[in-house]
Ligand binder design. Structure first.
Ligand code: IPE
Ligand code: IPE
Ligand code: MG
Length: 239
């Protein structure tokens, strides 16, 4: 293990991208990339625990990913199911609190049920919160929040940033400090649109299945070197 970096993000979010290209470059079908990416998640979860990340949010399936070929969509659904079946005991034993962010009602009923059970089972764990963004879209999340605010009859002058945050899937959680995107893409792709207002971004050309401990450490080092100003002036500049 590397030495502990000076600063570790309290909330780390990852856009796990590049599974398909990882597979393609090896002459394999795309789903092999998703399989390898799932294996890598285990490794990164362990690293988060070791380095003291308290919240990990992973982008696993976007509201736009439904537009992929049906066989790929079906494979990604099955991955969610097998991960819950195979990993839940371990996650639970390791103090991971599983949460889902996104439109659960858009998934098949048996999958909804599995997710709900896993969330319920691990709800009292407090070593690390794992938010699984599945059928998640940042805009969809905001629209959903606005609808519920209206349904609840909240008067307009009571609607502020704090209230809106409370209606998001991430209600009650600190905003992400660092967002990592693998595979070299420099875009947000509808991930945590509201919550990322002051997140630091880090991009690496490495495909998600190859994002290993050294890569992880490099991202933490980059984060340590950032100056987060939140719109203010640096402390050193004050008279
Ligand atoms: C990320 O890998 C996983 C999901 C979006 C589900 P991709 O499947 O997007 O891989 P590339 O970007 O096509 O290489
Ligand atoms: C973002 O990756 C979604 C996930 C990682 C689940 P995409 O591969 O879907 O994003 P685009 O299409 O490159 O923007
Ligand atoms: Mg992609």
């Amino acid at each position: 293990m590397h030495p502990q970096p000076e600063r570790v993000p309290y909330h780390l979010a990852i856009i796990m991208d590049g599974n398909g290209r990882w597979a393609q470059e090896r002459g394999k079908p795309r789903h092999e990339g998703h399989r390898a990416g799932t294996e890598n998640l285990r490794r990164v979860l362990r690293l988060c625990s070791q380095y003291g990340v308290k919240i990990l949010t992973i982008f696993a399936f976007s509201t736009e990913n439904w537009g992929r070929p049906p066989s790929e969509v079906a494979f990604l659904m099955r991955i969610l199911e097998t991960v819950i079946d195979r990993e839940m005991e371990d996650l639970h034993a390791n103090g991971v609190q599983l949460r889902h962010i996104g439109r659960l009602e858009g998934l098949q009923p048996h999958l909804q049920q599995k997710v709900r059970q896993a969330v319920e089972r691990t709800r009292n764990n407090d070593r690390l919160i794992l938010n699984v963004a599945f059928n998640y879209g940042g805009r969809d999340e905001i629209v959903n929040a606005v609808r519920r605010i209206i349904t609840d009859g909240i008067p307009p002058d009571e609607v502020d940033e704090e209230l809106l945050s409370y209606y998001l899937f991430t209600a009650g959680q600190a905003d992400p400090d660092l967002i990592i995107r693998t595979s070299g893409e420099m875009r947000v792709s509808n991930f945590l649109v509201w919550q990322a207002a002051y997140a630091e971004y880090y991009a690496t050309p490495t495909y998600w299945p190859d994002f290993d401990e050294n890569e992880f450490y490099r991202a933490l080092q980059a984060y340590t070197a950032r100056q987060r100003r939140f719109g203010l002036v640096e402390a050193a500049d004050h008279p």
